[in-house]
Design a binder for this molecule. Sequence first.
Ligand code: ASP
Length: 317
Amino acid sequence: MSLPAIAIHGGCGTLAANLQSEADWAQTRAHLEAALRAGWKILTAGGSALDAVEAAVVVLEDSPHFNAGHGAALTEQSVHELDASIMDGATLAAGGVCTVRAIRNPIRAARAVMDQSDCVLLSGDAADAFARSKGLPTVANGYFTTERRVQALASLKARAARGTIGLASEAERHGTVGAVALDRQGDLAAATSTGGFNNKPAGRVGDTPIVGAGTYARNGVCAVSCTGQGEVFMRRVAAYDVAARMSYGGQTLRQATDTLVFDVMSGHKIGAGLIAIDAFGQVCAPFNTLGMARGWIGTDGVLNVATHKDVLRMERA
Ligand code: ASP
């Protein structure tokens, strides 16, 4: 019997604090809290870490404040192509979808791939058709669009034309959502969902739907969900690297996650972050950008949410 714990993130492409109204920040934090509570309700009722991470990610996908589901990034052609994956640390079962355009909640499609197919990853129209055939709700692609992403796309295109793309902020470029959890049975799970990079070419797939790169969970070790330039996370097999550092290298969760974000990823000069939880419910959420929307309810039952450096501790969940 374990004490449950859960952590979530809303990506390391966080806006500078002065670029959004206080009302919008309050709503961002409220959506982080709602996602945590959705997962926590399942965990405290004796449910699985897998169900908890899926439920938490659905709330974040439905929020316009994060780059996943409603509020996702746009491709060069102003279309949304979404990626997601989920992994069960107890069985190492995993499922993912990439470049989907119609499934309202890509994380639910990833779960359906895991539970109801022999595949680990389905792509594009076929993945949308698969999810539809399993009864998952679909939407017109425009459902995912928000004013903020339209503006970010226009700004990135203007920067590209001027040759100043290197000056684009992390918030203009990218974002992701994710969740990791430990349940009472001692099982770990991870889930990640994203719209990827703004102004990405059609068909581009990042780390988020790739098991071992953006998402990984293995009982007895850790569960990890990553955010940052996906190409580097793929080449570094980043989420798996955290688990390998712990299981082969004997590092603690904090050592493994700090090494990955502050040594490995900072060495690549990219904005990066992750959330991770170990078999004892210890949570780490390092990031090397100016902020990373995040939250957790640890084994002490206290709910914490944050968007930048300061953490808001709340009453027991
Ligand atoms: N990892 C995501 C991707 O490359 C983006 C992000 O997390 O910000 O698609």
